[in-house]
Design a protein around this ligand. Sequence first.
Ligand SMILES: *Cc1c(COP(=O)(O)O)cnc(C)c1O
Length: 365
Amino acid sequence: MVIIMTKHVYNFYAGPATLPLPALKKAQEELLDFQGTGMSLMEISHRSKEYAKMHAEASGLVKELMDLPDDYKIMWLQGGASSQFYMVPLNLQQKEKSMEYVNTGVWSKKAIKEGRFYGDVKVVASSEDENFSYIPNDIEFSDNAAFAHITGNNTIYGTEYHEWPKVSSNVPLTCDMSSHIMDKVIDPKKFGVIYAGAQKNIGPAGVTLVIVREDLFGRVPENTPTLQKWKTHAEKDSLFNTGPCWAIYMCKLSLEYLKSLGGVPAIEKINRKKAKILYDVIDNSSGFYRGHAKPASRSLMNVTFNLPTSELEAKCITEGLSRGMVGLKGHRSVGGMRASIYNAMPIEGVQALADFLKEFQEKNQ
Ligand SMILES: *Cc1c(COP(=O)(O)O)cnc(C)c1O
């Protein structure tokens, strides 16, 4: 696939975030006439055969790219990743069993807060003592927990799990992969539930990908509202009611791009290269750039760092912007700068940022 750069900025926003250019172009091409229907995909029935084909292809790509076994069901839901913070305990809770979480930042805390509405929550490990700059490595979940919940990548702090915590075979490991789904090869069989808001790594805002191992559908109390039960959506392949058709379509186009690059193994290689380029700049800056995350916990997706003063940070962000690098301001809980370099960020964008940062240091230290 030939990529012509007609976009003039590199978008480092944390989410919604950059999309693959070929996906945007394809959407543009098909906007007024979706595959010969004479209509936009936004205008056609979600029960039409054209839509059904696209919908099945989107799910097929997830299954293929993540190498999901047949007993894992794929759902395209609305409400954002945040809605899964309550749907997880609602669908997985079990009488007399605790729901267990690791607290690695803002998103974990929000998930924990919702869990508490349903019953006994145990926070088994936390990195709050050092402003969430690391992933705890002494995580121990109980053998009889209803589920074990982790936030796979901490978008705000720039930390990521590089090894999965152990759980006993009857405890479903549940992972919020909103900001790193498909950034690297994983063994899906290690997980009971995976969920991700699409707008960071696989598509636009408006749809949340939820993957659940089939045997877990049986747990939900019967008197739970229909739309809050995963199994309602899974049984109808996410066509129980009108879904976020356009957002699913954009995910499909993004996933096709990912596949064209060689799938997740290939994108993992690229992601590791991209992250190394930026972490090398930080590590070779003699302390001018200070990474927030401890090296062993560094994220491949969100690179967070500070400069010697907040004035220099503001200056660096403004100068970056004037060079066509957008979205570099850090989240307020960490401050400083953050470069989000999701799957759709080309290596050229990361290289341009690295060159700029080196030059900025030379001029300002
Ligand atoms: C952005 C983000 C969320 C929230 O996603 P919404 O779709 O806005 O609800 C949850 N978890 C993580 C890790 C995130 O990065």
